[in-house]
Design a protein around this ligand. Structure first.
Ligand code: ZN
Ligand code: ZN
Length: 438
């Protein structure tokens, strides 16, 4: 099979499957799919030097955040000082390995990997040099970015500080300020990133096919376009070596299985205690709900609202929305695809914010260690709840939103066939409109 590689400057929208022509050297701004409004790419002048500057600032802040004290809690003459990872250490001491790993990964390992990977993919194009492993690191960057939850941890710091302020004095450390800055710097660095150009730096060809009339499928990793003959032969993308699939394989089965698992985890997450407090010989075990009810008293009710939304409303809505989307695709519904896309994006956006209560527990564990005076331990619900968050995030990732549009295309193609239009699936291959905002 003869494969031709060429520069096409076209890309597929990963949320509806339409193809778009990309004008190189186009006007600066954000470009989105004219069909489903999905953000496709951004064109910004001098993005590379800005992204590099933010990334290296981020690396310095990351070191500061982990070397200096994060927070201290002062109770009379006692003082409990913590670093960013004190809570993880205490979880390991208590043999709560699953929870320790989840927290370590989302607030330390993935953010660190993201920063290092960013530096690794940005430096070579800036210095115009070639390095080994560039393709792999660029492929992993998207994955680690998804599991970095620093901003949620920051919200948890705020919630914990308000929770503890009546009990003791809270002294913020240098690491807290630098962690705060790091979250914003990383958002800025990622905002500058132009993945399309990074992949072009690795290999400029972005279209691979066996003949000129072939239907094209977009690679979900590097956005290259691959001819259908190659996809049917199960060959990997010639540019990034990831297997190219027309649609996420077994998307509906995977989504349903992960959602059911999330529902199962949701039961212990709400019935078991999430936090166990021992104070002067008295032990109190709190579930998520009793924690919310406790915060409702006095002036801490805004916290009750935050914890209720993040821990109860968001996970339940997310599970219900994904079940609803799954059901509409199973039934091949053609009604209101844009509304369903908005619901899908909402679940993607809010997904990881539910972790806030788990982080609050970890912070309390790290800060409240005053022996017989007061002591906090994480309950089993913390791990179960972390499981719900991870499972619903995986369920959203395995749901292929292009399935929403497939039913619509099939119905339109069916309609056209009836009146004798031979174009059938022409819309899929045709060029979509590109939206632009400054
Ligand atoms: Zn689209
Ligand atoms: Zn690829």
């Amino acid at each position: 099979m003869q494969i031709t590689a060429s520069r096409q400057n076209r890309l597929e929208c990963h949320e509806c499957g339409r193809l778009h022509q990309v004008a190189s050297g186009a006007e600066a701004g954000r470009y989105h799919c004219g069909n489903c409004n999905h953000h496709l790419y951004s064109e910004q002048p001098a993005w590379l030097s800005r992204a590099l500057a933010f990334t290296f600032t981020g690396l310095v802040l990351f070191v500061v955040s982990n070397v200096f004290p994060f927070m201290a809690l002062e109770l009379g003459s006692f003082s409990q000082q913590t670093t960013l990872l004190s809570g993880v250490q205490l979880l390991l001491d208590n043999n709560q390995f699953g929870l320790a790993l989840l927290v370590l990964g989302t607030i330390f390992l993935f953010p660190l990997m993201e920063l290092v990977f960013l530096a690794y993919v940005l430096l070579p194009p800036a210095l115009e040099i070639r390095v080994s492993g560039y393709r792999s690191v660029l492929s992993w960057l998207g994955l680690v970015s998804k599991w970095n939850m620093m901003e949620v941890f920051l919200l948890a710091v705020l919630v914990s500080a308000v929770k503890l302020r009546e009990m003791a004095d809270i002294v913020p450390g240098i690491a807290l300020y630098s962690y705060f800055s790091l979250v914003f710097i990383l958002v800025l660095a990622k905002g500058q990133l132009n993945r399309r150009e990074l992949w072009s730096f690795y290999q400029s060809d972005d279209c691979f096919r066996t003949n000129a009339d072939e239907k094209l499928v977009g690679c979900s990793q590097c956005q290259a376009l691959i001819g259908e003959a190659l996809v049917q032969k199960n060959l990997p993308c010639p540019r990034c070596l990831q297997k190219v699939q027309h649609r996420v394989p077994h998307s509906l089965q995977k989504t349903a299985a992960l959602l059911l698992a999330a529902v199962v985890f949701y039961i212990p997450a709400n019935t078991l205690p999430i936090m166990i407090t021992t104070s002067l010989g008295q032990t109190q075990a709190d579930t998520i709900l009793s924690g919310v009810l406790y915060l409702l008293h006095g002036d801490t009710w805004p916290l009750a609202v935050i914890v209720f939304v993040a821990s109860m409303l968001v996970p339940v809505s997310k599970i219900l929305i994904l079940f609803y989307l799954w059901w509409t695709v199973v039934r091949q519904s053609i009604k209101s695809p844009m509304q369903r896309m908005k619901l899908y994006r909402l679940t993607e956006f809010v997904g990881h914010w539910s972790m806030v209560d788990v982080y609050v527990v970890i912070l309390m564990v790290a800060l409240v260690q005053f022996g017989v005076l007061a002591n906090v331990e994480a309950g089993d619900a913390a791990f179960a709840f972390g499981g719900v968050v991870v499972l619903t995030m995986l369920a959203a990732a395995s749901f292929d939103p292009r399935l929403i549009w497939d039913a619509l295309d099939q119905s339109e193609a069916g309609g056209k066939d009836k009146i004798g239009n031979a174009e059938g699936d022409g819309k899929r291959d045709g060029q979509g409109n590109l939206g632009h905002s400054g």
